[in-house]
Design a protein around this ligand. Structure first.
Ligand code: FAD
Length: 315
């Protein structure tokens, strides 16, 4: 479903991110977890795109398979790096033919294996250029939906490392929205104050499209360290670190602390009218299912029909 229709129907979206599996065993485990997460009836699910190499094809295959074999709406990530315009068009044509409704458009980073890759050789460099290109593609009428693809872009509550000037950074985000983005999905964060401040700065910059919050529960101490690397400096608030320290590193306790923290983040976001929550699932289902269950959410669509059982105090 086109993202504008999803937002028109759902006051809060819940969505999940997967990454392309690298081995047949990982693929098997992912499909098992996908079946469990499908029962939660997410608004959409997204599939990441590698910086280069073989996993890119796996992304395409996983997206088309999700579209064909599940009731979930896949949103492929697509990056500009290491791509010609013809290659980008071929990918868009394939997704259009498969009836994929939405795309997350990204600039991307040079692959670690190619630190000297010349970005000047890529057809596009920044997310805004890819958004503009997808808009142009939409006008060619190759998509079954006359509006073409709905387009998502990335936002960074704690800032993106390439742009130390945070005012300038908001101008770049605004450029992506002006180029035609329908919604913003944020990088993961652990302190909701960063998200609320980002949301306010979006409003001040004239960005009025829905902003979906990216949430990833800490799953292990090792995972936390690689998250800090991956999310390019995500800050871990002291109360979260204190809770993790109290576990003494016992794996199951660390996992429980991570799920509890993420659940509290989600509860607070829902209380503060977040437009959507995007769970970085790491291809697992248990943490997301536990968060749904503790929040009292049966499945995403049940929220649409929720009736007030208890009036808020003071009303
Ligand atoms: P862009 O909008 O391209 O901006 C990148 C940097 O350049 C920013 O600092 C911006 O301020 C600056 N900038 C923008 N325009 C200009 C301009 N005209 N002049 C000068 N500077 C400019 N990476 C992957 O490889 N695969 C994925 O699947 C993936 N999924 C992601 C999903 C989400 C929700 C998020 C938040 C990130 C994801 N990333 C992914 C990481 C992302 O590709 C990198 O962070 C990349 O460095 C930025 O791409 P972008 O499209 O977010 O930023």
């Amino acid at each position: 479903m086109h993202i504008r229709d999803i937002f028109a129907q759902q006051s809060t979206t819940f969505s999940f991110e997967f990454f392309p599996p690298k081995t047949p065993e990982a693929a098997h485990a992912l499909y098992e977890n996908i079946r469990e997460l499908e029962a939660l009836r997410p608004s959409f699910v997204s599939v990441t795109y590698g910086a280069g190499g073989g996993t890119r094809e796996v992304t395409n295959e996983l997206v088309v398979r999700l579209k064909k074999e599940t009731a979930m709406d896949p949103v492929p990530h697509l990056t500009c790096v290491c791509h010609s315009e013809a290659e980008i068009n071929a990918i868009l044509e394939r997704y259009a033919a498969a009836g994929v409704s939405n795309i997350l458009a990204l600039g991307g980073d040079s692959p670690r294996s190619m630190p000297d890759h010349d970005r000047g050789k890529d057809a596009f460099r920044y997310g805004a250029q890819l958004v503009a290109h997808i808009k142009k593609f939409n006008e060619r009428g190759l998509h079954p939906d006359p509006r073409g693809f709905g387009i998502c872009v990335a936002g960074y509550p704690e800032g993106h490392p390439s742009t130390p000037n945070r005012v300038r950074e908001m101008e770049h985000l605004k450029a992506k929205v002006d180029a035609g983005a329908d919604w913003v999905c944020t990088q993961l964060f652990f302190d909701n104050r960063d998200f609320y401040d980002f949301r306010d700065r979006c409003t001040l910059s004239g960005i009025s499209v829905p902003i979906v919050a990216g949430i990833m529960p800490v799953a292990s101490v090792k995972g936390m360290m690689s998250m800090a690397d991956m999310a390019l400096g995500a800050h871990f608030p002291a109360p979260l670190l204190r809770s993790i320290n109290r576990t003494g590193g016992v794996a199951e306790s660390v996992r429980k602390v991570g799920v509890h923290w993420a659940t509290e983040q989600c509860r607070d976001l829902l209380d503060n009218n977040v437009r959507g929550i995007h769970f970085y699932t790491l291809n697992k289902s248990s943490a997301t299912r536990e968060i749904y269950s503790t929040l009292g959410v049966q499945d995403t669509l049940s929220l649409l029909h929720a009736r007030p059982m208890v009036a808020p105090t003071g009303q």
